[in-house]
Design a protein around this ligand. Structure first.
Ligand code: ADP
Ligand code: ZN
Ligand code: ZN
Length: 752
């Protein structure tokens, strides 16, 4: 009987059917090489094998089956399917992020397509020939070559000295031998005194006697609560603990338990920025058990990691960024999502626009494992799930040891300005505190959520502002390169000498970014050593590590930065944190603005006084009475959560509704307008008032394309799957309309 296979190709289209050549064995999850269309060659994943011939004329055969074993387990396939359906994308788009690049080569010609199995790098292992294991014979040979070939003689001795049972020289010895001289080894091999074999780099995994931190009574209570809730069948739990309370220590205990019984653990971290410190900390306890997985690894390393895990028989511990939810951990028992509220778990571009935290919860359910979500400031979605009893929950309300929570001071910017107590962008209060801190030899972090020198330049005479020619935004002034830069498309231009509009005056930088803060603070405190951490100063991982290392070693006194400085860093010397402008956090036109502002400020504040006797935080704002500022000052997460949830409920926003945003893009604004009117009308007949828009996004032109948005609010729960089906059907009809075919529609489920 002729068999067929539905195969996922790394494309936005659905699966394709190929013929399975007679005598070939293929199973679901296996990788295959196929020719697609007249000239395209791809690596694909077999999704299903069946005997129904598709109704197109020629069904192409699978060219080759790759790798012995499937690359995906049944659970991984189920996760891909969940993602494709929930986030409304193709399995091929999931494949693009899920598999490392070297496992899915493609090409336009047969030659270009290196559709072969990826071969892990091998290492040379050297051992004494069996004959020489006899002591007498060994000495005989040694005597023979000692004079004539002293280097060979030394190498032989080295090998013999390495001597474990099998006399295989691995690792250090092999490296030393090889460095010594290749020719020497070749000579020895030719004489058959030694045997060289090429083998895959092996990962030596230590035992399971981990040296675990001793927990405090509070931590132990939290740990036991989580254990009990997991044992009682909760698949997901929230560990809410203030910064520095020891959440990580609790993770460590849970992780050790799983590893000791041979299960796999995945620890998700929001960003590469954080991974280095955390990986180091985990390696101090779990040694070589730790497998890092992030974008800074080479393609080769990531591919090797995938294939190694795919063959592993358990006891694996991966620390990685969001794409590690796709790794083949076949004995997965625990996923820990650190800083679960972090927006970077969500991939916004390109599809699949998935949230790794939510995928982790689904994956744990599929594998029968557990998910622990950790945060000082959980997302309202998670917090509500915990409060309602759907998730388990444990809390840590105190910092570890003597560390007291930081004191939070709110400084009124307008009042300071009125009284003349403001210099550059600093209120006197903050400057005084910086001065005192520096005098004491303490370190300072200054947070400003805008990079560059100033967000825009303007003419003071006529009000002209410099704008991007391709996007509808102002250009940001970067003083370092004396350039105007578009933060959306990267467009760069020189600062005009005179206002191009009225040609009267100079244009002036307005507002302020990190670069300006750095310059001002250096001027005010000329002795202080100041550094800056933002996307402009971090041009490479090396630059990043250097800035962090300098600050850690106290070679810098003041670190100015964006969001980048807020994430989980543990610097012992920081006793003062300044938030320069809380207003632009509060006044974001986004329903999550208050939640995000709270999270961000608490996160920044958490950097202060991690060891010291209590740190200080100064928040500069022109709205000292703003409810969120008060909640931050009081450290009142629950107050913020309840207030925000009440609003969300009243206006029907997440977590009470699920949002799906649709963004339509086109070069021609009239085509776009007709398209969005048509789509909005269709969706309105289906969804009525649950459809909002069309609306103009804050930036309505990017890279020369116009943008318009629609927003769908759907009840959470069972009906949301049906709503997605309806939406998918309407989008298909829309895409099939020749008048609108050239319009790009981006669907984003659960946008951040
Ligand atoms: P969190 O993850 O909640 O921010 P951490 O686990 O990083 O907190 O703990 C903060 C600091 O306190 C770390 O330096 C950590 O090593 C230390 N610490 C926390 N709990 C303990 C403990 N039980 N024993 C020793 N050190 C601890
Ligand atoms: Zn631009
Ligand atoms: Zn002008």
């Amino acid at each position: 009987m002729q068999l067929y296979a539905d195969i996922v190709l790394p494309l936005a289209q659905p699966v394709y059917t190929f013929a399975v050549p007679g005598g070939t064995d293929v199973a679901a999850g296996q990788a295959v090489a196929v020719q697609f269309g007249a000239r395209k060659f791809y690596t694909g994943i077999v999704w299903r094998v069946h005997d129904r011939r598709p109704d197109f004329k020629t069904v192409k055969p699978i060219q080759r089956v790759l790798y012995d074993a499937p690359l995906l387990s049944a659970q991984q396939m189920a996760l891909w399917e969940w993602i494709a359906s929930y986030y409304m994308c193709s399995l091929g788009e999931v494949m693009r992020v899920a598999l490392p690049a070297l496992m899915k080569p493609s090409g336009d010609t047969e030659e270009e397509f290196s559709g072969d199995e990826f071969r892990p790098r091998t290492e040379c292992y050297v051992s004494l020939a069996a004959e020489l294991r006899d002591e007498g014979r060994f000495h005989e040979v040694c005597e023979k070559i000692e004079r004539r070939a002293p280097k060979q003689y030394e190498a032989l001795l080295e090998l013999a000295a390495a001597g474990d049972e099998t006399r295989i020289a691995t690792g250090e010895v092999a490296r030393r031998l090889l460095r010594a001289d290749y020719a020497v080894l070749h000579a020895l091999e030719r004489k058959k005194y030694i045997v060289c074999t090429q083998r895959e780099r092996s990962v030596e995994r230590g035992g399971s006697a981990f040296r675990l931190p001793e927990l405090t009574a509070h931590q132990l209570t939290a740990l036991n609560a989580l254990r009990e809730q997991f044992a009682a069948g909760k698949t997901t739990a929230l560990l809410q603990g203030v910064t520095g309370s020891g959440k990580t220590e609790i993770y460590i205990h849970l992780i050790a338990e799983v590893l000791s019984r041979g299960g796999d653990v995945l620890l998700l971290v929001p960003e590469i920025a954080l991974t280095a410190q955390l990986i180091e900390r985990m390696e101090r306890i779990f040694g070589s058990r730790v497998t890092p997985y992030h974008s800074k690894l080479t393609n080769r390393r990531r591919t090797e990691t995938y294939l190694r895990l795919n063959r592993s028989d358990g006891g694996e511990f991966v620390v990685g960024v969001r794409s590690s939810v796709f790794l083949p951990l076949k004995h997965l028992q625990l996923i820990v999502v650190d800083e679960e509220h972090d927006a970077s778990y969500k991939q916004t571009e390109p599809a699949p626009r998935y949230n790794a935290r939510d995928c982790a919860v689904v994956m744990a359910r599929l594998t029968g494992g557990r998910t622990l979500l950790g945060s000082a400031t959980p997302s309202l979605e998670t917090w509500l799930n915990a409060a309602s009893g759907k998730y388990g929950r444990a809390e840590l309300t105190e910092r570890y040891g003597d560390a007291r929570p930081p004191e939070i001071l709110v400084s009124d910017t307008l009042r300071a300005a009125r009284r003349g107590e403001r210099k550059a962008h600093f209120n006197k209060l903050l400057l005084d505190r910086i001065g005192e801190t520096l005098d004491r030899g303490g370190q300072v972090m200054l947070f400003q959520n805008r990079r560059g020198f100033s967000p825009y330049v303007a003419c003071s005479e006529c009000g002209w502002t410099a704008r991007c020619p391709h996007c509808n935004v102002t250009l940001t002034y970067h003083k370092g390169g004396r350039k105007l830069v578009c933060h959306y498309c990267g467009h760069t231009e020189d600062v005009p000498a005179k206002c191009p509009s009225c040609k009267v005056t100079d244009v002036l930088p307005m507002g302020f970014g990190t670069e300006k803060v750095e310059e001002e603070i250096s001027r005010i405190f000329p002795e202080a050593r100041v550094a800056r951490l933002d996307r402009d100063s971090v041009t490479s991982e090396k630059a990043f590590s250097a800035i962090i290392a300098d600050f850690e070693a106290r070679r810098t006194d003041i670190l100015v930065g964006t969001q980048m400085i807020t994430k989980g860093f543990d610097f012992a010397g920081v006793s003062l944190v300044g938030i320069l402008n809380a207003d632009n956090l509060l006044n974001n036109p986004d329903f999550r603005a208050a939640e995000r502002a709270f999270q961000l400020m608490m996160q920044v504040a958490g950097r202060a006084g991690r060891r010291d006797d209590g740190g200080e935080v100064v928040i500069q704002t022109s709205e000292p009475g703003h409810p969120v500022i008060r909640q931050v000052a009081a450290g009142d997460f629950e107050g913020m959560a309840r207030a925000q949830l009440a609003e969300r409920k009243a206006f029907f926003y997440p977590p009470y509704a699920r949002l799906t945003s649709l963004t339509l893009r086109h070069r021609d604004p009239s085509v776009l307008r007709n398209g969005v009117m048509d789509l909005a009308a269709r969706l309105r007949t289906r969804f009525g008032r649950r459809l909002l828009g069309p609306m103009t996004p804050p930036v309505d032109r990017i890279r020369g394309e116009y943008l318009v948005g629609l927003l769908l609010k759907i009840e959470s729960g069972a009906s949301s799957a049906r709503a997605r089906e309806l939406l998918a059907a309407e989008l298909k009809t829309f895409a099939g309309n020749p008048a609108f075919k050239s319009i790009t529609v981006v669907v984003n489920v659960d946008p951040q």
